[in-house]
Design a protein around this ligand. Structure first.
Ligand SMILES: [Zn+2]
Length: 273
């Protein structure tokens, strides 16, 4: 298991990468997103970005904008979002990423029938998954909640598109999420990336580990039984020290306190406050 952090696209990307490096994260999950991590910016600043990653020996995974509709009932809009997705795939491949995550549909259910929403999502993912594969990328679909895409609908999706999943533990714990155990039971072999953050059990709060109602110890133990790969801490607190705290907490829960302390001997000299 390795631990990553995601840039806030409203902050300067290279500063974000340096912060994650100073905090001893293993990799950065770069969300290729407006305003400070748009494809054009990343392409233009590719060298500096790769330099920052290599200075801190940070690996990379990538994420697409979460707010683009995946299955818009307007064909021309669907085409336009596909163009944006594919442009981000190109940028991810340019940086050497191997994984890229996309959320399920975000359009309000009042806009189209559930049938058209599900059919459209599957149709789009068939195309996008193929495009991503051609660029050497593993396109992963992330759970939001049952309003967006239910466990039953994911089961249908995976029977038609042989793709992997990014399992977001926080999203599964919201009021309309269907719970960690249900996801692990149905999709464990498909999970190729994890997002971890806490919440109060209602909305998608993106809190530090332990600050919400998720039983972090139990959750990490359950994950560890079925999964061993990249885990991004999507902690969105304004004070970034919570991110560092969450990294230490996850490391200790996963590897044990003894190994966590031993590993400190091999880290880069820590940040001077
Ligand atoms: Zn997520």
């Amino acid at each position: 298991m390795i631990i990553g952090a995601m840039n806030n696209p409203h902050k300067k990307l290279i500063e974000e990468l340096m912060l994650f490096g100073e905090m001893n994260f293993d990799y950065a999950e770069i969300t290729i997103e407006h305003p400070h991590a748009r494809p054009e910016f990343i392409e233009k600043n590719k060298k500096d970005i790769l330099d920052a990653l290599s200075t801190y020996n940070l690996g990379i995974v990538t994420h697409l904008p979460w707010y683009f509709s995946l299955a818009n009932p307007y064909e021309r809009i669907e085409k336009a979002t596909h163009t944006e997705f594919i442009s981000a795939f190109r940028i991810a491949a340019l940086l050497g990423a191997k994984k890229i995550t996309l959320h399920t549909e975000t359009l309000s259910p009042s806009i189209q029938s559930r049938e058209s929403h599900v059919d459209g999502t599957i149709r789009s993912l068939k195309t996008l998954h193929k495009e991503a594969m051609n660029m050497g990328l593993d396109l992963l679909i992330e759970n939001l909640d049952s309003k967006s895409f239910s466990v039953r609908e994911f089961t249908r999706l995976f029977s038609e598109v042989d793709m992997g999943m990014t399992f977001d533990v926080g999203h599964a714990n919201t009021a309309k999420g269907e719970g960690l155990e249900t996801y692990l039971k149905h999709f464990a072999p498909r999970i190729r990336h994890v997002h971890l953050h806490d919440n109060m059990g209602q909305t998608d709060d993106h809190l530090p580990l332990g600050a919400g109602k998720i039983d972090v110890e139990k959750t990490v133990a359950a994950l560890k039984e079925k999964y061993d790969g990249t885990i991004t801490l999507e902690v969105h607190s304004e004070d970034r020290h919570y991110l560092e705290y969450s990294r230490q907490r996850l490391d200790i829960l996963w590897h044990g306190k003894k190994k966590h302390l031993e590993d400190q001997n091999y880290l880069q000299p820590s940040r001077k406050e």
